[in-house]
Design a protein around this ligand. Structure first.
Ligand SMILES: [Mg+2]
Length: 117
């Protein structure tokens, strides 16, 4: 994935429509949460097994793909506006999570890091 290329394409899309004035961090984070809600709606009443089989339902699978894309678009846009290097932020967060969830304590456990002993 070329993050900068995607951000450039989204920036152009926004500028062509004169939507820059709406793209502040507050609005973008709310839009991101809204899109996450749309993704959640697809899976809301499915059993865990049904949710794992979403690929077998072409219509639901297509909706899922599009909602995931919507989420990523807002995430890319928000990080672009805030000048956050997404790749670096993700790598930084993985490192922090490795420290919070040491393998010898967290392996096979769904416990929150505060409850690991
Ligand atoms: Mg959507």
């Amino acid at each position: 994935m070329n993050i900068e290329l995607l951000q450039k394409k989204i920036r152009e899309f926004v500028q062509e429509r004169d939507w820059e004035k709406y793209h502040n961090p507050k609005n973008l984070s709310m839009a991101l949460a809204g899109e996450a809600g749309e993704l959640l709606e697809i899976f809301q009443w499915l059993t865990p097994a049904e949710s794992s089989e979403i690929k077998n339902n072409p219509q639901a699978y297509q909706r899922t793909k599009h909602e995931i894309a919507d989420i990523l678009v807002y995430l890319l846009r928000l990080s672009d506006k805030l000048e956050i290097d997404l790749e670096q932020a993700v790598l930084e967060k993985i490192k922090l999570n490795q420290e919070k969830y040491p393998t010898h304590l967290a392996k096979g456990s769904a416990k929150k890091y505060t409850d690991l002993k």
